[in-house]
Design a protein around this ligand. Structure first.
Ligand code: GLN
Length: 399
């Protein structure tokens, strides 16, 4: 598809809690949104970013300066809808030109009811966030095409009224209503005919995945390991989860502060006691840290991007990883049965842990890499191996 976008877009303002305002043009739905403003340094993958449920309650400022050139399609999504509260970019591509494109980014935002702003100095915005930390913000689209002073003042007041991300349990807002099974693996693109083929692997294993805002590519990579995945709501009791007789437990990524998710922290403690294989990603990693007795902290400047170096402390290998988090587990707060396996080479923060007396581990970044480099995908194989061993032992004991 190739189309030229007409530029008759209404004005919009992005206001920050410190009173800074950026005037630009609307690229999405009309209206106004108030949320936390973060920046993401990924060069590609805006559709995966927008549909990542972990961005609930956040306005994403993409630092890559030119966005929208490949449009959007129905396959490059990480969930069923756009979850980011708003989008900030510098330049919207006037052309959508990609053989997979089905629509433009702008139409997609409008259809999703999500506001966005372009034509602002997003480097200046990024520097404010870098120097002062994640900001409270408001995007407001001019009701009649041009902004009035009242509208600009309203945006500033709204940004100032935002209460911050700390203490917000957003996982229970985005989780599934009821359990469902996932069986489909990853997909390949066939260059010859432009079609897509999905893996349908054999699924001899069965795990339960807690959905705190799970990304679809996580489910696909778990299925690739031979696991049927029963996805359950965030507040499922461990007793109910264990009724599925699972060979492993997975705790997903998700939005908000991990600390108020006490139901999940308590559930993780039960699974640790049962010594059932456990893998957590991002929010799931933070919940594991809390369940082990550790503490989580709000980072000044979170990690959001697809180019973050992380070192494996055992073999000293450096992986380029995909990241999306604003909280982190404090390494010093962890007990002696926890081994720190990975650290960020940007700021030294904790990236991975392993429990030494039960088969449990977790990673702060995104090994499912959607978008992002696939360096650290082997963590799924590691979980697959743990689950296979557990299932084999279980069978041997039963047989
Ligand atoms: N991607 C995630 O799971 C994010 C975890 C958590 N909401 C954070 O911001 O740190």
């Amino acid at each position: 598809m190739s189309l030229l976008i007409q530029d008759s877009r209404p004005q919009a303002v992005l206001a920050l809690g410190d009173g800074t305002t950026f005037i630009g043009r609307s690229i999405g739905a009309p209206g106004k949104v108030i949320a936390e403003v973060v920046f993401n340094t990924a060069m590609t993958g805006y559709q995966e970013i927008l549909t990542d449920p972990s961005y609930t309650g956040q306005i994403v400022n993409l630092t890559y300066p030119h966005i929208g050139n490949v449009g959007v399609n129905s396959e490059d999504v990480e969930s069923s809808r756009v979850y980011a509260s708003g989008l900030v970019i510098e330049a919207l591509s006037p052309v959508v030109s990609n053989f997979r494109a089905q629509s433009s980014l702008s139409d997609y935002l409008k259809a999703s009811g999500v506001v966005g702003i372009s034509d602002i100095d997003n480097r200046a915005l990024t520097q404010i966030i870098r120097d002062n930390g994640a900001q409270s913000g408001c995007i407001l689209v001019a009701a009649n095409g041009s902004l009035t002073q009242e509208e600009i003042d309203e945006a500033v007041d709204s940004a100032k009224s935002y209460g911050g991300m700390v203490g917000q349990d957003l996982a229970q807002k985005v989780t599934t209503d009821k359990p469902y099974d996932w069986t489909e693996g990853t997909w390949q693109f066939n260059n010859k005919d432009g079609s897509t083929s999905y893996n349908h692997p054999e699924l001899p294993l069965h795990i339960v995945a807690y959905d705190f805002g799970i990304k679809t590519n996580i489910l696909r990579l778990l299925a690739d390991q031979g696991m049927k995945v029963t996805v359950v709501p965030a507040k499922t009791s461990p007793e109910d989860a264990l009724k599925y007789n699972p060979d492993g437990i997975f705790f997903s990524n998700g939005p908000g502060d991990p600390e108020p998710c006490t139901y999940a922290i308590e559930a993780a403690r039960v699974f640790l006691k049962k010594k059932i294989p456990f893998f957590g990603i991002c929010l799931g990693h933070q919940i594991l840290g809390l369940a082990l007795g550790g503490k989580t902290v709000k980072m000044k400047c979170g990690h959001h991007g697809a180019n973050h170096p992380v070192v494996d402390l055992e073999n000293k290998r450096v992986y380029i990883t995909s990241q999306n988090h604003g909280f982190a587990v404090d390494a010093d707060s962890l007990p002696s049965n926890v081994k720190v396996t990975h650290k960020s080479l940007f700021d030294g923060s904790l990236q991975g842990i392993e429990v030494t007396d039960t088969p449990a581990f977790s990673f702060q970044g995104h090994p499912e890499a959607s978008p992002g480099p696939q360096d650290i995908r082997p963590l799924f194989q590691k979980f697959g191996q743990m689950v296979r061993e557990y299932a084999a032992n279980k069978q041997a004991q039963q047989g």
